[in-house]
Design a protein around this ligand. Sequence first.
Ligand SMILES: NC(=O)c1ccc[n+]([C@@H]2O[C@H](COP(=O)([O-])OP(=O)(O)OC[C@H]3O[C@@H](n4cnc5c(N)ncnc54)[C@H](O)[C@@H]3O)[C@@H](O)[C@H]2O)c1
Ligand SMILES: O=C(O)C[C@H](O)C(=O)O
Ligand SMILES: [Mn+2]
Length: 578
Amino acid sequence: MARISRYYDVNRDEDGHRYIDVKVTGFPLLHLPLLNKATAFTDGERQRLGLEGLLPPGVSSLDEQKHRSYLRFRQQSSPLEKHAYLRALQDQNEILYFAMLEDHLEEMLPIIYTPTVGEAVQQFSRLYRSPRGLAVSTRNVLRAPQLLQNVHQEDVRMIVATDSSAILGIGDQGFGGMAISIGKLSLYTVAGGVGPDKTLPVELDVGTNRQDLIEDPLYIGERHARLTGKAYDDFIDAFVRAVQDRYPKAIIQWEDFSKDAAFHVLERYRKVVPSFNDDIQGTGAVTLAGVLRACALKGEALRDQVVAIHGAGAGGAGVAAAIREGMRREGLTEDEIAARVFVLDSRGLLTSDRAMEDYKRPLATPAAVAAAWSGKDLLSVVREGRVTVLLGLSGQGGIFSEPVVRAVGANTERPVVFPLSNPTANTEALPEDVLRWTDGRAIVATGSPFPDVEWDGMNHQIGQGNNAFIFPGLGFAAVLTRAAEITDAMVTAAAYALAEYTAQAWPGRTYPPTRALRAASRRVALRVARQAIDDGVAREEKVRHLDDAGLEAFIERRFWLPKYLPYRTAPGASPDAT
Ligand SMILES: NC(=O)c1ccc[n+]([C@@H]2O[C@H](COP(=O)([O-])OP(=O)(O)OC[C@H]3O[C@@H](n4cnc5c(N)ncnc54)[C@H](O)[C@@H]3O)[C@@H](O)[C@H]2O)c1
Ligand SMILES: O=C(O)C[C@H](O)C(=O)O
Ligand SMILES: [Mn+2]
């Protein structure tokens, strides 16, 4: 039936129940993370699969295994130790890993994902224990088709690929960026319903410009400067072509490419292979959603706001484009928008009379708008532009200083301040400072998780404005509809879906709590799938004529859940043969 892996398939018995046809038995079976049930193998399975004597005699249920693993998790002494523990569990038994994650999502999300994943990236060579995903590097990219053949999965649908040139706000990380691809894909499974057998994390190791990494004897990546220009393009071309040959149904998420490469790679491939850039598009959508919610909490419209975006890289430019689109939908003209959305890079406000990279041009403020201002730095822009919404995507920890935040607070009763840079140390301002400097009037959301803030007897929930609320649902919808392309309208639909879900389920908040990530992702998936159908890019026949209820049921049925299935050996397979 479904071709899943070189090592197993999933079939249905006479009664329609799913079971796994294993082609591997004995010791190797206990070392394949997608197949290993460990102590949950039943006595019958142990006898049939050549496992007798290889496991302790006690047979555990998944619940008992979860309990045991959770106790061990709690004994780890630091977030990084916890991360390493969960990664090791993932590499031993993926069903158990995801089952536990599902039960403790809010507690474990900051461990497998932002912020701890940032540390895991930096320590990758030191933490490295076992292989996961695909490492394409300058030494093997010419054999990319063969590398893809070496992957055991037969039907990969979701790929997260990074060249590690701009990981979170911590820059070039060489091979360590693989931890980000792995972490994002865990969210695809736990929040987005994409089975782990359908996911593939990829590191595109084009080198690193970090001399300290190149000289570190423990570093496990390529030890040379990054490829640039044609050599870089040839590298990515070879990867994309090999993916298309082996996995024609795969969607690619480009992750943490530094600004120029981010835009270049997105534009070069988005019509070639269904793909999107998470930092540009996912971040744009999640920020638009949160700002729409903040406006609703203020009792105002987006079109009434003046927005400053600090940081003009992949994230900042994506956010600017999304906010502009939101204002367009509320009826503002291009000229009106240009006078309401200000983008700053490290040299200050982008104005049309200034030198800047091409991708920034469409975001520049007409020179006339700011001609009379006393300065083009952040404080001047906030004051003289009368900014009411301040968004941080510069990766510069603490750059939203007290005067800047107070200045936003002087322009509006409810200032909206979102320091969105990750990880925690790169946050532009601490939520409690923002609330203190605005006498508790600010609406605050951050990219990394922060606890609630008590101010003047009031509890302020700090929303997590992180693209984790967008990409799992966006990618899942693209997978389910077999989208030929990920259109801008699909990304925008994701933003409005998140805002709609939050308004209904969590009315007082900018973003849902992370324990609701799965429910939020389902809504995102539903709206994005609808948009894919409306845009004519859905290649999956089965979804094209479904109404919303039908589409929702389709998504629900396909949402992967961590459960052990019974095992049979394929006809002809004998114990210990592979
Ligand atoms: N919350 C989220 O979901 C989310 C998503 C994407 C990115 N981010 C964060 O945004 C930050 C930037 O990421 P990126 O992918 O855009 O990186 P990038 O390398 O593409 O861009 C960084 C940009 O920061 C700006 N910058 C640097 N120093 C500055 C300064 N002193 N003043 C003003 N601007 C300055 C520059 O314009 C630069 O282009 C990171 O910290 C990242 O974690 C958050
Ligand atoms: O990885 C995250 O937490 C969000 C975002 O993609 C980032 O680069 O910061
Ligand atoms: Mn990112």
